[in-house]
Design a protein around this ligand. Structure first.
Ligand code: SF4
Length: 708
């Protein structure tokens, strides 16, 4: 209450998974400023360029969706309607399609930027009420290989380390992450750790010489997609030089013998050419990793956004298990989450193959538990369609009605030509959004206005499993409503049409009631939060899970006792072998195309693109290329080039960059069709997916580049 009277409202940043605490300054009517929350353990008052301009985005109200809008037919303009007619119409369209074609003829595509409570209600709506598992999220583009990497090795989707480990480590192994740009406040911690401990070794694995790589003690500029070969070669060195922790392997793991046999053929000399890294550097990396008292790995989309992302994650976790670098201060594998609440979405099981509280759809006992918790007869067993598959199914006419909330797939999904065709072909598209003018909103038959950051209450979980309770700072504008409330209201109306007891299934009168139901679903699970409440989070600040009833605190780090949440209590070594990228360079498409973040932009720029000062770092789209590749094509800085592959082409200026190796080009992921030709960068990105995680290979495609 003291915060409210001083007009400072506790919240967390709406951008990345670092999950920095933010104090919102408000005059009661609008958000007037933001400052870092000095008491929040994620950032202790610090904010990066994006977080410190959140209030400038909040002040941009011109683009807001403020009222429900419905169009009578394709091609017609949408017209303002009441919430009652909007949701009644949606319920009758969904009921009709489900009645005629079955529950799998509808789908939900939601977002890692929704709050946990929003996610929970959407998941229950799809799986509990409608009876389809076709609910997936843009987190599939971001963290699903981290999930499968953890689950196949450690047994649960739980990052075992915490931010404090950065200060406690002796060796930092950063793989596939430009932390300085993508997670700036984590990077501040790395800078602090280096100052405090000049002996700290930093290794960066990245095809580009990014700002993060430039600052490293050792940069391994691997060729795209060769991570598994590199990690297996490091393990080869560790075994050859007796760095393996044989006691740890014997006591706490299984499956090592098969892996040892596999890595025998991955000598540094054998993989150096494949990886494009000198054998001596692979040996140095292995020694620093294996011999340091504590080694911490930070990793992100370079491992995840890959057609072999699960293998890459598991191969890295193998190194930690083999050297016992886990469960101790400063040691462990630590995935950096891309979105602010990708973790929370996973916790409620808001994906096509997951169930509430880290339960598995494939497990009949888990399905029965969730059905009992929800008070429904059953939860469907057939896995739902994942992100890319949803749009493929829409394009084929299998999914006829699609509900999209808090995300902009008509910019952010790979292979945009297919995505746009799918949206145009769908029978009924609902878009639940803050912004009325996103690329996806153009396809909406029904546009539902949602409350934005600073206007809604709920919880998020950051990369280190820490839950923050966000407060609303100002009233919702126009007729906007919180996402969970829209989903619950729709569920009630659909339930009436289907003769189902939706009143009983969705009885929530406020967001806290949703949190409390989710909390109960975690009882006895690895992420048990039965000891948490909104009141406790407000009084004692953000907390890490697990936090079971009776606990005084959450757990900073997992597996300190060497016991893993697997059937036999042992971590399981994966046995991955190197496999090439989905697309392989050839004479027609001789260049590797890579994507990544800029320092000051966020995702598809629907928010950061509103803030002029965030363009001062990089103003316009450009293709980065090595000077030798440019000379070979008689290109000079600023020349327009065509970047082509079978999915389409981009017209964009080229610039020489010392970050690039010969044979590789790079473009930031943010630029959409409003900043450049076609549908933007995702016109040409690849939609081939990892077979386990179903995460698409957004980080690699093959292209040709020619002067326009
Ligand atoms: Fe926001 Fe991430 Fe920046 Fe923190 S590091 S202020 S969470 S964008």
């Amino acid at each position: 209450t003291s915060l409210h009277s001083s007009k400072l409202i506790q919240s967390a940043c709406a951008y990345c998974g670092v999950g920095c605490g933010v104090l919102i300054e408000t005059d009661g009517a609008s958000i007037t400023g933001v400052r870092g929350d000095p008491d929040h353990p994620a950032n202790f008052g610090r904010l990066c360029t994006k977080g410190s301009t959140l209030h400038l985005v909040a002040a941009q109200t011109d683009a807001r969706a403020l009222y429900p809008e419905l169009r009578s037919e394709r091609g017609a303009a949408r017209e303002r309607v009441s919430w009652d007619s909007a949701l009644d119409h949606a319920a009758s369209r969904f009921a009709e399609i489900i009645h005629t074609h079955g529950p799998d003829a509808v789908g939900f595509y939601i977002s890692g930027q929704l709050l946990t409570e929003d996610y929970y209600v959407f998941n229950k709506l799809a799986k509990g009420l409608i009876g389809t598992n076709n609910v997936d999220t843009n987190s599939r583009l971001c963290m699903s290989s981290a999930v499968t990497g953890y689950k196949t090795t450690l047994g649960a989707d739980a990052p075992p380390a915490c931010y404090d480990d950065i200060a406690a480590t002796d060796c930092l192994f950063i793989a596939g992450s430009n932390t300085a740009y993508a997670h700036p406040i984590v990077y501040r911690r790395i800078e602090d750790a280096r100052k405090a401990n000049p002996g700290l070794k930093v290794i960066v694995v990245d095809p580009r010489r990014t700002d993060t790589a430039r600052e490293a003690d050792l940069h391994l500029p691997i060729l795209p997609g060769t991570d598994v070969a590199l990690f297996n070669a490091m393990l080869h060195v560790m075994l050859w030089e007796n760095m393996a922790d044989t006691d740890y392997i014997a006591a706490h793991t299984s499956g090592f013998d098969a892996l040892r046999a596999t890595v025998r053929e991955y000598s540094p000399e054998a993989v150096a050419g494949l990886c494009g890294v000198p054998a001596a550097d692979i040996i140095t990396a292995a020694r620093w990793f294996g011999k340091s008292p504590a080694t911490l790995s930070l990793y992100c989309q370079g491992l995840n956004q890959s057609s072999h992302g699960t293998d890459k994650n598991a191969a890295l976790i193998n190194l930690h298990l083999a050297t016992g670098q886990i469960g101790r201060p400063g040691a462990g594998p630590f995935s950096l989450t891309g979105q602010p609440n990708a973790m929370g979405g996973r916790e409620v099981g808001g994906m096509a193959n997951l169930l509430s509280a880290h339960r598995d759809l494939a497990n009949p006992a888990h399905r029965a538990e969730v059905a009992a918790l929800w008070g429904v007869d059953s939860v469907p067993a057939t896995p739902g369609k994942t992100a890319v598959e949803i749009f493929e199914a829409v394009a084929r006419g299998e999914i006829k009605a699609l509900w999209i909330a808090c995300t902009n797939p008509a910019q952010s999904l790979p292979n945009q030509t297919l995505v746009r065709a799918a949206l145009a072909a769908a029978e009924f598209v609902v878009v639940q959004e803050v912004n009325a003018f996103t690329e996806t909103a153009e396809y909406a038959d029904l546009l539902l206005p949602a409350t934005a950051w600073g206007e809604k209450e709920g919880t998020v979980t950051n990369s280190e499993r820490r839950i923050t309770h966000l407060q609303a700072a100002i009233a919702a504008p126009g007729e906007t409503r919180p996402d969970w409330e829209i989903a619950a209201d729709f569920a009630q109306r659909l339930g009436v049409l289907q003769g189902k007891p939706a009143d009983r299934l969705f009885p929530y009168t406020n967001v806290e009631a949703v949190f409390n139901e989710h909390r109960e679903s975690t009882r006895g699970r690895d992420l048990d939060i039965t000891g948490l409440s909104y009141a406790l989070l407000d009084q004692q600040g953000p907390q890490q899970w697990p936090f079971p009833e009776g606990a005084a605190t959450g757990k900073a780090r997992l597996y300190a006792d060497g016991v893993y949440p697997t059937a036999d209590g042992r971590a399981k070594f994966a046995n991955p072998r190197y496999l090439p990228t989905a697309e392989v360079i050839n004479t027609r498409y001789p260049l590797h195309f890579n994507t990544g973040r800029l320092r000051d932009q966020w995702h598809g720029m629907s928010r950061t693109g509103m803030v002029a000062r965030l363009f001062s770092h990089v103003e316009t789209p450009a293709l980065s290329m090595h000077a030798d590749d440019m000379a070979r094509r008689s290109l000079k800085d600023g020349d327009l080039v065509r970047v082509k592959n079978p999915r389409g082409e981009l017209l964009v200026p080229v610039e020489a960059s010392e970050e690039m190796r010969v044979g590789q080009v790079f473009m930031p992921m943010h630029w959409g069709g409003r900043y450049m030709s076609g549908f933007g960068v995702n016109t040409i990105t690849a939609d081939q997916c990892d077979p386990v995680s179903r995460q698409p290979e957004l980080k690699h495609a093959v292209v040709q580049v020619e002067k326009a």
